[in-house]
Design a protein around this ligand. Structure first.
Ligand code: AMP
Length: 213
């Protein structure tokens, strides 16, 4: 079963994807994580993506689709797409790629959350540079200061989680990504998650829906 997590920046997709990936054996494919990895390696792809990411804009569809195509052809397990697709063009491109690989998208989970809440969530977000664990300094802070509970490494704030860039990302989401809500709703594979609830509650909502498939 292949699934998509759709929602605005900071709606909790990444946190849930990491939890589900480990417990339910999904291959967690986050385009954002993938670009950040390439940026840290200073690869050509990373350099290309960085200018868009730093400006809060989307990486061009052709670049994203190329990356996805290369990546998923070798994945044998179920895939959880996190933060992809982000435009109608990407969704259409994904459909073609999946068709070629004889795969389908079984479910789309839409993380519904209030925008104000999200801006507070994002600016309080930190991550461990070593293991990738995500913390929120208000709702799920680490036990000691600003260090990861597991690795004891100082936590990072993503450059694109600073307030100015977050506002731009929210606008980009409204303009380019939110049309995917009706796109997938019409396909009958669309499930709404109340993402304003606690991490554990959101997880249960997702697992409940998955178990009915
Ligand atoms: P994320 O970690 O999913 O919030 O992604 C961080 C940034 O990476 C986004 O603000 C975009 O600049 C870029 N990005 C991630 N996924 C995509 C995508 N599917 N299409 C275009 N840009 C993306």
């Amino acid at each position: 079963m292949n699934i998509i997590f759709l929602g605005c920046p900071g709606s909790g997709k990444g946190t849930q994807a990491k939890m589900l990936g480990t417990k339910h054996n999904f291959y967690h494919l986050s385009t954002g994580d993938l670009f950040r990895e390439e940026i840290s390696k200073k690869s050509d792809l990373g350099l290309k993506a960085k200018s868009y990411i730093d400006a809060g804009k989307l990486v061009p569809d052709a670049v994203v689709l190329d990356v996805i195509k290369n990546k998923i052809k070798d994945i044998k397990s179920d895939i959880l797409f996190d933060g992809f697709p982000r435009t109608i063009e990407q969704a259409e491109g994904l459909e073609k790629i999946m068709e070629e690989l004889l795969k389908v998208i079984d479910m789309v989970f839409f993380f519904e959350v209030n925008e104000k809440e999200v801006i507070n969530r994002i600016t309080a977000r930190r991550n461990c540079p070593k293991c990738g664990r995500i913390y929120n300094m208000i709702t799920s802070p680490p036990k000691n200061d600003e260090s990861c509970d597991d690795c004891n490494v100082k936590l990072n704030q993503r450059d694109d989680d600073k307030e100015e860039v977050v506002k731009k990302r929210m606008q980009v989401y409204k303009d380019q990504t939110s049309p995917l809500i009706s796109y997938y709703r019409m396909q009958g594979i669309f499930h709404i998650i109340d993402a304003s609830k606690t991490v554990d509650n959101v997880y249960l909502q997702i697992v409940n829906i998955l178990s009915k498939k």
